[in-house]
Design a protein around this ligand. Structure first.
Ligand SMILES: [Mn+2]
Length: 241
C-alpha cells in the first residue's frame, strides 16, 4: 500500500501536540501494510533548519519516521509553503527522500504527479510571497537571525498566515486551480493520478475516464489521506476508534 498525506501543521502548542499523537497512532496503524508514504507538505506549521541547528519539538513524529524508514518503509517528503526551509537534516539524519519541487513518480503501473500544490496558486500576493520565501537571499537573512528570534518570528507569522489561509480557502475557488493545472498537464502527457495538498479540502474527482485528481485535505479538520493499493486510489478519513 502507498499512502499520501499532507497539512498536518504540527506546532509546539498543546493543540499541535495532540495532533502529533493522533498522527503517530495512524502511522502505527498503517505501518504493517505500508510500502511507501508520501508526506505532501506543510507537515509543520513552521520549519526552519539552520546549518547546524534544528528547531526543538516534534521529537516523537521525527523519531517515528526514522523508525519506519529503518524498518524498510520508503518515506518521501514534498516541501510545502510552511516548511520549504528544509536542509539536509531530513535526508541525512532521518532518511527521508526530500522533494523541493512537484514531481512525476511512477508507482507500479501508474504515473503520479505529486506536490504540495501551493506552487500552482493563481493568487498574486501568495505567489510573490512564496517566491520571496524560496529566495536564497531571504533564506540566508532568516538563517542569520538567532534561532531564538528567527523561530519565534516564523511561528508567529505561520500561525497568523495559517488562520487567515484556511478561512480564505473555504471562501475561494477551493481545488479548482489545481484541477485546472492537472487538466492542462493531461494535454501533453498521461498521468493516472494528480495528488496535492495545501487547500485543506479533501477531494477526489475524475479528470477523464482514466485520470483522477485527489486532494489529501488536512489533519486540522479532516484527518484525511489517500491510499493506493496498486490498482486504485481511495480517499479515506482516519478515525481513532
Ligand atoms: Mn500549504
Amino acid at each position: 500500500m502507498v499512502y499520501f498525506v499532507s497539512d498536518l501543521h504540527l506546532s509546539t502548542s498543546d493543540e499541535g501536540k495532540v495532533r502529533e499523537k493522533i498522527f503517530i497512532t495512524w502511522l502505527n496503524d498503517i505501518k504493517y501494510n505500508a510500502d511507501k508514504i508520501f508526506l505532501l507538505g506543510d507537515m509543520f506549521n513552521f520549519w526552519f533548519e539552520y546549518e547546524k541547528v534544528v528547531p526543538h519539538g516534534y521529537t516523537r513524529f521525527l523519531g517515528k519516521l526514522a523508525e519506519l524508514i529503518d524498518e524498510g518503509i520508503e518515506i518521501h517528503y514534498f516541501v510545502g509553503n510552511h516548511d520549504m526551509w528544509i536542509n539536509d537534516y531530513f535526508s541525512n539524519d532521518i532518511g527521508l527522500k526530500v522533494h523541493c519541487d512537484m514531481a512525476e513518480i511512477e508507482i507500479g503501473p501508474c504515473r503520479f504527479f505529486l506536490g504540495h500544490g501551493h506552487e500552482l496558486t493563481k493568487n498574486i500576493p501568495d505567489k510573490l510571497l512564496f517566491k520571496i520565501y524560496n529566495n536564497a537571499l531571504f533564506r540566508n537573512m532568516l538563517g542569520a537571525i538567532h534561532p531564538r528570534w528567527g523561530i519565534s518570528l516564523g511561528n508567529y507569522l505561520s500561525e497568523k498566515n495559517n488562520k487567515k489561509n484556511v478561512s480564505d480557502i473555504m471562501r475561494s475557488d477551493g481545488n479548482n486551480y489545481q484541477m485546472d493545472f492537472a487538466r492542462q498537464q493531461l494535454k501533453n502527457k498521461h498521468y493516472d493520478y494528480f495528488i496535492f495538498g495545501h487547500t485543506h479540502l479533501p477531494s477526489i474527482q475524475k479528470l477523464s475516464s482514466d485520470s483522477s485528481y485527489i486532494n489529501t485535505g488536512d489533519w486540522i479538520n479532516f484527518l484525511s489521506y489517500a491510499v493506493f493499493d496498486g490498482n486504485d486510489v481511495q480517499l479515506k478519513y482516519y478515525s481513532k476508534e
